[in-house]
Write a protein that binds this ligand. Structure first.
Ligand code: ADP
Length: 299
């Protein structure tokens, strides 16, 4: 039995349907997507909890019911009577998707207000998973509180897994993003960056530069995702390249990185070797990008 706590924001997703003006309501968000896939990939003897904050209104209750139905533990979810959950709308224009967000005041932004609640959620867990988006939505003092809680969790033997998921639009400026991401990396044991984003915002010339930069923070394991290209791992300073999975037709790359992380982590939790875990991550992501939407039924 292991317990993994995924930490971040789940939002209401309004996705267009074939009927003009009609949208389908769903739930998504980077860390929740990973938790959702992790739950499906692990057996019932592994627990996956989601830690976030939601409101007390009916939309928040629907979200909680959705998470519970997905098999995720919801006992650590905080409830705020003065806030509700964030929302985004997807628009399709000639096949191009664009996103509009209403999340500036979302309840999830309060998920790290209370040190005791963070410690209670992490107590006895084996893995904690968070992302750069988790950090981006928090006020600076709450970000530090979350990092401190993760550092204590790590010092007590917990594995801290971090996807930098760089989203400059959520930060006040790119330098703040870079500084906070590297501070997040410094409390982590496993980091799962995507090279393309890292090259754009950290000027990494190749995946090895991304791996070296994170390894220099004292992280044991770095796995650099790389679109359709070869992935690179760096474990205790040793770099290894991993072949990508060939995908004939990419339908929708939404949640490629999130589902990779779940496939990788599910294997690590089950005790697989690193190369097998990377292959499993790539296989899961390959399935996900051959279907539409963030949450895809795996075969
Ligand atoms: P993100 O979705 O976070 O931007 P990437 O684009 O690097 O991250 O994709 C994450 C992972 O998804 C890749 O490492 C790979 O395993 C898989 N993937 C993404 N795009 C493709 C593709 N075109 N062909 C095969 N695998 C892909």
């Amino acid at each position: 039995m292991t317990r993994t706590v995924c930490i971040g924001e789940c939002m209401i997703e309004m996705a267009p349907t074939d009927t003009e003006g009609a949208f389908r309501m769903g739930f998504a968000g980077d860390t929740m997507n990973t938790a959702w896939y992790l739950r499906r990939l692990l057996g019932a003897d592994h627990q996956v909890d989601y830690l976030t904050a939601i409101g007390t209104d009916s939309a928040s209750q629907q979200m909680s019911a959705f998470l519970q139905q997905a098999g995720l533990g919801v006992d650590s979810i905080l409830r705020r009577s003065d806030r509700t959950v964030g929302l985004y709308v997807i628009r399709l224009d000639n096949g191009e998707r664009s996103f509009s967000y209403w999340r500036g005041q979302s309840a999830a932004r309060t998920l790290a207000q209370d040190k005791a609640a963070l410690n209670a959620a992490l107590s006895g867990a084996d893995y904690a998973y968070f992302s750069g988006i988790t950090l981006a939505i928090l006020p600076p003092e709450d970000r530090a509180r979350l990092r401190d809680a993760l550092a204590v969790f790590r010092a007590n033997g917990g594995q801290v897994v971090f996807d930098p998921n760089l989203r400059p639009a959520l930060w006040s400026d790119p330098q703040e993003m870079r500084d906070e991401i590297m501070a997040g990396a410094a409390v982590s044991t496993i980091i799962l960056p995507s090279h393309e984003d890292e090259a754009t915002w950290f000027d990494d010339r190749d995946p090895a530069a991304t791996a070296s930069r994170y390894a220099a923070c004292g992280v044991q394991t770095v796995v650099v995702k790389n679109g359709s290209g070869p992935m690179l791992t760096c474990v205790d300073g040793v770099m290894t390249s991993h072949d990508p999975v060939t995908v004939q037709q990419v339908i929708d790359t939404t949640a490629a990185g999130d589902s990779f992380n779940a496939g990788f982590l599910a294997s690590i939790i089950r005790g697989a070797a690193l190369s097998g875990a990377v292959q499993n991550g790539a296989q899961v992501a390959a399935q996900v990008i051959q279907s539409r939407g963030a949450l895809v039924d795996l075969t």
